[in-house]
Design a protein around this ligand. Structure first.
Ligand SMILES: [Zn+2]
Length: 284
């Protein structure tokens, strides 16, 4: 079950927590993949040593990575959930099988940092985690921290770690900016180094000191799933403030407006029903 060439494990010299770094949950998000390759290279050449605990470095959606596409059949970042929540068609997908393959690694992980990037050139780097992870998130080089995703988007990697059991383990997802931003791999790598030092896996590296940015906190509390399809009324940047009543777009022939003052996250056009068109959140 655990013999998989896309999964690298490194044992520390002393006992400690199991920590997982995941990249390529979405196969075209190259920034995190490059950061994970760099991490493995340093560990294999012993330029970096695991002091304590065990480290998993996982290339999650390996088939999609090979094809430089987001997914093969299903969003892998919604696939970490129990089999009885799947439809028969979903259960037959590559991603459902892949999630079942990776679940044992996440089940044994005390902490997960899952590396992502965005297709939106205006994307702002941010972190997704729940409040018990805020003290860790505050040390990572990103100016926005967002909670609430475990409720509106069950089935993510961070969701799975956070449930096992609630409040004890740390599932953190970092969105490192636009896929093709040359700074995205460096941002991902810096976050990995700080994260590993936080859990005692490696010594704190002088080039990667934990930051203490003043972080915006956003509660993501609404997701728009399409009834028919979705076409945006405007270009919106991630975390752009939206006033009550603003026309966001059209779902089929229905206008979709913001029902409260909020910020918008991951807005994009959709062609089919039951797709995730955008998320709304409020500043805390
Ligand atoms: Zn992603």
């Amino acid at each position: 079950m655990k013999n998989d060439p896309s999964i690298f494990t490194f044992d520390g010299q002393q006992a400690g927590p199991t920590v997982t770094i995941m990249a390529g949950v979405h196969g075209n998000e190259i920034g995190g993949i490059l950061a994970a390759v760099r991490l493995i290279s340093l560990l294999k050449t012993r330029q970096l040593v695991i002091n304590s605990g065990n480290l998993n470095v996982i290339f999650a959606n390996i088939a999609a990575i090979g094809q430089n596409q987001r997914q093969i059949q299903l969003n892998l970042n919604r696939a970490f959930r129990s089999n009885d929540t799947y439809t028969i068609e979903e259960l037959m997908t590559y991603e459902a099988e892949r999630a079942r393959r990776l679940m044992p690694y996440l089940s044994e992980s005390h902490a997960l940092l899952d590396l992502h990037s965005s297709m939106n050139p205006q994307s702002t780097p941010f972190i997704i985690c729940e409040p018990h992870s805020y003290p860790i998130a505050a040390k990572l080089p990103v100016g926005i921290v967002s909670r609430g995703w475990d409720v509106i988007e069950a089935g993510g990697t961070d969701y799975f770690v956070n449930q096992n059991p609630p409040g004890r383990n740390f599932g953190i997802c970092i969105e490192c900016g636009f896929h093709n931003d040359p700074k995205a791999p460096d941002r991902a790598f810096e976050a990995v180094m700080i994260f590993l030092a936080e859990f005692g896996c490696i010594d704190l590296h002088p080039n990667y000191p934990p930051t203490q940015l003043q972080q915006r906190r956003i509660w993501a509390n609404h997701i728009h799933k399409t009834a028919t399809n979705f076409h945006l009324a405007n270009e919106f940047a991630d975390f752009q403030p939206i006033a009550t009543g603003t026309l966001l777009g059209h779902d089929g022939d229905q206008e979709v407006h913001a029902e409260q003052d909020c910020v918008i996250i991951f807005p994009h056009d959709c062609k089919k029903p039951n797709e995730e068109a955008f998320i709304l959140g409020v500043e805390e």
